[in-house]
Design a protein around this ligand. Sequence first.
Ligand SMILES: *[C@@H]1O[C@H](CO)[C@@H](O)[C@H](O)[C@H]1NC(C)=O
Ligand SMILES: *[C@@H]1O[C@H](CO)[C@@H](O)[C@H](O)[C@H]1NC(C)=O
Ligand SMILES: *[C@@H]1O[C@H](CO)[C@@H](O)[C@H](O)[C@H]1NC(C)=O
Length: 314
Amino acid sequence: MGSSLAFQRICILMLLLVWITKVRGQTKFFNVMKYGAVPDGKTDNSKAFLNAWNEACEWNGASSILVPTGIFKMEPVLFKGPCNGGGSFDGQGPSAWPFNNCNKTSNCNHLPVSIRFDFITNSWVHHITSMDSKNFHMHLLGCKNMKLSNIRISTPGDSPNTDGIHIGRSSDIQIFDSTIATGDDCISMSHGSKNINITKVHCGPGHGISIGSLGKLPNEEPVLGITTRNCTFSGTSNGAASRVQISDVKFINIRGTSSSKVAVNLQCSSSVPCEKIELMDINLAYKGSDGPVDSSCSHVSGVSYSKQMPPSCI
Ligand SMILES: *[C@@H]1O[C@H](CO)[C@@H](O)[C@H](O)[C@H]1NC(C)=O
Ligand SMILES: *[C@@H]1O[C@H](CO)[C@@H](O)[C@H](O)[C@H]1NC(C)=O
Ligand SMILES: *[C@@H]1O[C@H](CO)[C@@H](O)[C@H](O)[C@H]1NC(C)=O
């Protein structure tokens, strides 16, 4: 049941993706009502939505699926690609950011995430732009074997809690050829993140690529096999902190500038130290007057080799 619910969610999401596709150009709209959809909350609209999807997908040019206001009940349905992809989400964050009071109270307003992928397997999401999310831009939960590429994320550097891509309880994920500018972590990974490869991602502004927000729940799964390769950072800080096991994390060929003196910050707990951490070809600059650039490690074991700027603390 969980997976069928999730399926419905991705279905709705996919619709949204198409709905917002290329809205600026000459767009052909495919209104689900024309395909017999009934917004009474009872009729199964799977067939109508699927027919609209198929025609929009086959349309030679910019197309959008139009879903009027209403409650459309749907059984799980497979919206199959490939078709005219791409599109952008505008989360209209500036209207909501002033209401982010999570720093002031633990009983805070939870603003919505722009794009959620829950329990998705074997998927490739590409050429999506997300701007000004109210909260995280993208959230992956329980996903397996997923690729994310050519993702463009932008929010101002001072926007609150706007993580670019947050990953939790997911495995075999590749993120590549993407640009993330945001107010919080560009990519953050929490417990249960396994075999994640991040390649050719430009991050900045933002807090960097982080493993964190761990140790809040009982029985958290470890974080294993994270490889960050050929990424560039501008004006970012970088960190990892935890009460759960972190091991086999590689940072390879990482370049850019840090907004804080401590450009490499690996803070692990004494009860479960981080293991098998590898740093190779790190070149991070810091321009502040309290320089030079530095690194800080606690309870970390691993290796570092090739260029190390700041000098490695492992
Ligand atoms: C909350 O406070 C922390 C540290 O005190 C800060 O790093 C973070 O940016 C703040 N977040 C918001 C939403 O103001
Ligand atoms: C990540 O890269 C390593 C090799 O560096 C490979 O063994 C692993 O399968 C890759 N994982 C994914 C999810 O692509
Ligand atoms: C990373 O960059 C190096 C040198 O710029 C290149 O040789 C290598 O193929 C790149 N690796 C990936 C996975 O893009």
